[in-house]
Design a protein around this ligand. Sequence first.
Ligand SMILES: NC(=O)c1ccc[n+]([C@@H]2O[C@H](COP(=O)([O-])OP(=O)(O)OC[C@H]3O[C@@H](n4cnc5c(N)ncnc54)[C@H](OP(=O)(O)O)[C@@H]3O)[C@@H](O)[C@H]2O)c1
Length: 272
Amino acid sequence: MNDVYQRTVLITGASYGIGAATAREFGRRGAHVLLLARTQSALEEVARDIRASGGAASVYPVDLTDARAVADVARQVLAATGPPDILLSNAGAGRWLFIDETTPEEAVAMMAMPYFAAFYITRALLPAMRARGSGHLAYVNSPASLVVWPGAAAYTAARWALRGFVEAVRAELHSTRLRVTTIIPGLVATTYFEHNPGVLERVPELARRLLPVLTADQAASAIVDGLARGKREIVLPGMLRLLYAAYTVAPGLVQYLTILSGAKRSPDQTGR
Ligand SMILES: NC(=O)c1ccc[n+]([C@@H]2O[C@H](COP(=O)([O-])OP(=O)(O)OC[C@H]3O[C@@H](n4cnc5c(N)ncnc54)[C@H](OP(=O)(O)O)[C@@H]3O)[C@@H](O)[C@H]2O)c1
């Protein structure tokens, strides 16, 4: 179990939030962490912290929604360190908007990040991981990939696309030694809510009442431990696991309660 900490771990969305905290956690445990996101200054700061705590870090600034830029970065990574032992696709964005509030451009952007971003980085690195015959692919998704609530249509569709993609990756790697993990966090206090205004206000009452808000460090530690154990799914916190179990037993009821406790508008509330 401990040897994952000695490995090369590529993390997308490593400049802020869950990705940055997970990168620091892997660094503290001795990994070489490859940090990808757009904001170079923030990536450098995370890299400095990792080096100060005894790990190694390399910074790769990139817009992950740009397929060509992702292919370039992947080539640089492969030339510098070879295929990563763990690929953690964590970068994500997306506001929670009703359908008529969502411009076509925003709907496309929400598909680009996180779904296409996960597709591009996987496509670019998977052949080298397969050729080596080992590796671990992990994807951060959202509870919206399981249960739907009102006022987040394009966000939800993109998370279902990501979920479908991850299950397809799992199916393609069935007879190999490569592992695939889905990570589903509940509410984590990060810059997500500044980067995507209005999301917090539309969290369904059911989640607001039942789910404790985790710190990014708590989420990171659960993610690193779960990956070290090779878990197929990492759902956090425990209360979300419980809701997930309830959904498995009574999907209609949990879905109904989520919709009932979600964002509401009066019939004349349309437009942005
Ligand atoms: N926070 C929560 O409560 C929560 C709950 C469930 C799931 N999640 C998921 O967890 C993941 C991490 O979220 P977070 O809370 O840490 O959010 P965050 O603080 O907003 O961080 C998002 C990360 O994604 C990167 N990113 C966004 N667009 C990018 C692009 N085009 N190219 C490259 N990198 C890009 C950002 O870096 P740059 O801006 O520097 O590019 C940043 O590092 C997301 O997939 C999110 O949906 C979060």
